[in-house]
Ligand binder design. Structure first.
Ligand code: AMP
Ligand code: ZN
Length: 118
């Protein structure tokens, strides 16, 4: 997708610190980390939000989720981690999704507190 920063990272047009890559997704460090360790798991296929998901995308996201437990150990997250998807809605953007290419934040490396979603 043109003008999508994450597609550009996937295509190698923009540099990033990629820590994992396979046919389904890449994982790189967040440019502006919100925790001691902050990674983004980004599907290679461009779709903006969960609303655009197809059946194949559901399976692909399932495979991604299935790999995160193993990956977490390699990424220094054996003490636990938090996954976040900020999701823009049809009528607004309460979660403040900034990049319109679906991605999963993986946060950890320190006590994160329990904000119950906030
Ligand atoms: P979100 O608000 O869920 O859309 O999160 C977008 C995330 O992408 C933010 O945490 C940004 O810090 C991160 N981000 C934006 N541009 C880059 C980039 N070029 N490399 C790595 N992370 C980025
Ligand atoms: Zn994209």
């Amino acid at each position: 997708m043109e003008n999508c920063i994450f597609c550009k990272i996937i295509n190698g047009e923009i540099p990033s610190n990629i820590v994992y890559s396979d046919d389904d997704f890449i994982v790189f460090t967040d440019l502006n980390p919100k925790a001691k360790l902050h990674y983004l798991a980004v599907p290679r296929k461009h779709f903006a939000t969960l609303n655009e998901m197809t059946k194949e995308d559901e399976q692909m996201l399932g495979r991604i989720m299935g790999k995160i437990p193993t990956l977490s150990k390699q990424l220094g997250l054996s003490n636990g981690y938090r996954l976040i998807i900020n999701q823009k809605g049809e009528t607004g953007n309460d979660a403040e999704q900034e990049v319109m290419h679906l991605h999963i934040h993986i946060l950890g490396g320190e006590k994160l507190g329990n904000p119950n979603g906030k």
